[in-house]
Design a protein around this ligand. Sequence first.
Ligand code: SAM
Length: 250
Amino acid sequence: MEELSLLVDLHKHQQRQGPGSEEVTARAVELAGLRGAGALRIVDIGCGTGAASLQLAKMQDASITAVDLLPDFIEVLRDNAAREGLSGSIKALVGSMDKLPFADGEFDVVWSEGAVYNIGFAEGVRQWRRLLRPGGILLVSEISWLSLERPGAVQRYWDAAYPEIATQAEKTEQLENSGYEVIDTFTLPEACWMENYYLPLLESFDDFLARHPGDSQAAALVEAEKTEIELYRQYSDFYSYCMYIARVRR
Ligand code: SAM
């Protein structure tokens, strides 16, 4: 089976495709001043199977447009939204985050958890700014260094995997330089990684390998995920996702 199909098969059965939690989504809503803010037009970019979109649809008076590159994830999100009676509030679309088919100022909120790295943080926040009305809010979680000094092994891993990783101060400066005023930032706690993402993934490996017997690419994918999980176990003091909450400067 081809690598992308394997990735989809590994991740589409999970509730989340990256670190996060309901508490984090709720906290971000609160810090952004969105609670009870009236009807909001929200776009969730790189939504995966839609953990945040589904929660936002329940918490807020909102019409949500959820976009992901992978049709399988969008299909799962549509099924889940229908099952939860939320199809009226969530429109789920297949599309790429660097070619979004929306008008300037179409949204009050741009939301993106654990996804902007696909086009790079600086490029993503620069491109998505036009989607927001004046004063609109960006909420984006992004992998970030938690310290200025890092052990060589973790530095080398991220230099290869995502060289744009930087400190919260550097990411904040990038946002300020891209026409946003940063309202708040916070670091995602360990439970977002282990309990909500890595442990369910670890528990799924046996079934995944049983679905792909003798497939060396499937085995390699599991090994790569295990390496990433081991890295986090060893070096979680040095990096995490951080949530960046920013307002478009007028
Ligand atoms: N936001 C979800 C969550 O927190 O569970 C998913 C996060 S997952 C780490 C990254 C997501 O970005 C995946 O669902 C992937 O399909 C999506 N993605 C990757 N490249 C993309 C692109 N160019 N445009 C839109 N989505 C993309």
